[in-house]
Design a binder for this molecule. Structure first.
Ligand code: XUL
Ligand code: CO
Length: 396
C-alpha cells in the first residue's frame, strides 16, 4: 500500500545543527523550532508551510519548454498518483519538521468530467489527507480553489462575461469551503489569476468588479452558514496570466474591499514576487497591508530582479526577508516592549491641533489655508533615513 512506500529514502529527520560547515545543507543552521524568541517559539513566529503545488505537482516546465521533473509518485491512474503524491508529501513534511501545508483543490485530487466526479475525487483523497493529518499532527495553513487552469476559466471565473462560468466557479468554491472545514484549514485563499482583462474593448470593468464583489459575498455567507472558522485571504497580483488583474496590489485590494463593504471579512495574502511584478519594492505590499491591519499571510518567495516573471524562487535575500519579518514581528506585538525604533517622533505634528484633525479626517482645505497664513513656511526636517538604515544593517 502506498502509505508504507518511502519516497525520500536515506533521508532522516532534518536536524538543527547551528555550527556546521557551509557545504552541509541537509540541516537547519538558524531555525531551531523550539527556541523561544521574544516570548514565542521560532516555529510560532514563522509558521512555515509547504506549498503542495510547487513541491509536489510542479513539472519544471516553462512557457517555452516541456516537463523537466519526473517524480516517482506520478505513476498509475490519476487517482493512484494523487494518493502516492499525498503520502510523499506527508513524508516530506514530517522529515522536514514543517507543521503546515497549503494546496489547491485540483492539486490534491484530479478534476473529473463533471463537478460531481471532481467532488467525489476530492472526498476520497481528503479522507486520506485527514488520516495523515491526524497521524502526523501536520495541519492545513490554507486551501484555495484553482479557478484559472481549466479552459472554462479562460476569460475569468468570478469576472467571466458568462454567468454559467461564474456559477461553475461558485460551485467549486462551495466544495472548497466544505473541504477547508473537513480538514480544519486555518485560512482560505482567493487568488484571481484570470480576474482581469486582456483587452478593454470587450470588457465592462464596472460590471465585472461588481460580480466579483457578489461572488465574495456569497462565499462569506456560505462560510458563515457552515460554521467554517477560518480567515479569508485575497492574494494580490498585477498580471500573469491576465494582462491586467483587478487585484493589482495590496492597495487595490484594500480599496476594492472597502468600496464593497467586505473589509471585515478578508485579509491579504501577500506574495512579494507579485509585489515586485507590480513595480513596487519587495516589502512594499507587506508593509502596506500591515499598515491597514490587513496582513493575513505571506507567500514567501522572490522573483529574479533581472526577469519580469513570477519565478517563485525561495527568498534568499537577507535584507528583503528581514524587512518582511520586521513587519511581521511588529504587527505580532512585542508587548510589553522590545526593540523600539521610536520613529514616531517624525509624526509628532499629527498628535495635536490641525494634525490631529487631519488624523481623524475632519480637516478642510480652508483650515489648511488659514494655518499657512498664520504659520508660514514649514521647517525642512531630515527623515534620518541613513541613520535608520545603518541601525537596520547592524542586525543583518
Ligand atoms: C500564482 C500564485 C498562486 C496562489 C494560489 O502566482 O501565487 O499559486 O498562491 O492560487
Ligand atoms: Co501565491
Amino acid at each position: 500500500m502506498a502509505a508504507q512506500e518511502e519516497f525520500f529514502a536515506g533521508i532522516s529527520k532534518i536536524p538543527y545543527v547551528p555550527s556546521t560547515g557551509p557545504g552541509d545543507v541537509m540541516c537547519f543552521k538558524h531555525y531551531n523550532a523550539e527556541e523561544v524568541l521574544m516570548g514565542r517559539k521560532m516555529e510560532d513566529w514563522l509558521r512555515f508551510s509547504v506549498c503542495y503545488w510547487h513541491s509536489f505537482c510542479g513539472t519544471g516546465a516553462d512557457p517555452f519548454g516541456f516537463q523537466t521533473l519526473h517524480r516517482p509518485w506520478n505513476e498509475g491512474t490519476p487517482m493512484e498518483s494523487a494518493k502516492r503524491r499525498l503520502c510523499a508529501a506527508f513524508e516530506f513534511f514530517t522529515k522536514l519538521g514543517v507543521k503546515y501545508y497549503t494546496f489547491h483543490d485540483r492539486d490534491m485530487a484530479p478534476e473529473g468530467s463533471t463537478l460531481q466526479e471532481s467532488n467525489m475525487n476530492l472526498d476520497e483523497i481528503t479522507d486520506l489527507a485527514l488520516q495523515l493529518q491526524s497521524r502526523t499532527g501536520v495541519k492545513v495553513l490554507w486551501v484555495t480553489c484553482n479557478l484559472f487552469a481549466h479552459p472554462r476559466y479562460m476569460n475569468g471565473a468570478a469576472t467571466n462575461p458568462d454567468c454559467h462560468v461564474l456559477a461553475y466557479a461558485g460551485a467549486q468554491v462551495k466544495k472548497g469551503l466544505d473541504i477547508a472545514k473537513k480538514l480544519g484549514a486555518e485560512n482560505f485563499v482567493f487568488w484571481g489569476g484570470r480576474e482581469g482583462f486582456l483587452s478593454i474593448h470587450n470588457t465592462d470593468v464596472a460590471a465585472e468588479l461588481k460580480h466579483m464583489a457578489s461572488f465574495f459575498k456569497m462565499a462569506v455567507e456560505y462560510k458563515e452558514k457552515i460554521g467554517l472558522k477560518c480567515q479569508f485571504l485575497i492574494e494580490p497580483k498585477p498580471k500573469e496570466p491576465c494582462k491586467h488583474q483587478y487585484d493589482y496590489d495590496a492597495m487595490s485590494v484594500i480599496g476594492f474591499l472597502k468600496h464593497y463593504g467586505l473589509e471585515s471579512h478578508f485579509k491579504l495574502n501577500i506574495e512579494p514576487n507579485h509585489t515586485t511584478l507590480a513595480g513596487h519594492s519587495y516589502e512594499h505590499d507587506i508593509v502596506m497591508a500591515s499598515a491597514f491591519g490587513m496582513l493575513g499571510s505571506v507567500d514567501s518567495n522572490t522573483g529574479s530582479p533581472d526577469l519580469g516573471w513570477d519565478t517563485d524562487q525561495f527568498p534568499m535575500d537577507i535584507r528583503n526577508t528581514t524587512l518582511v519579518m520586521k513587519t511581521v514581528v511588529e504587527q505580532g506585538g512585542l508587548q510589553p516592549g522590545g526593540l523600539n525604533f521610536d520613529a514616531k517622533e517624525r509624526y509628532s505634528s499629527f498628535s495635536h491641533g490641525l494634525g490631529r484633525k487631519v488624523e481623524d479626517g475632519s480637516a478642510s482645505l480652508e483650515e489648511m489655508e488659514a494655518f499657512i497664513r498664520e504659520n508660514g513656511e514649514p521647517k525642512v526636517t531630515s527623515g534620518k533615513q541613513e541613520k535608520y538604515e545603518s541601525i537596520f544593517n547592524h542586525y543583518i
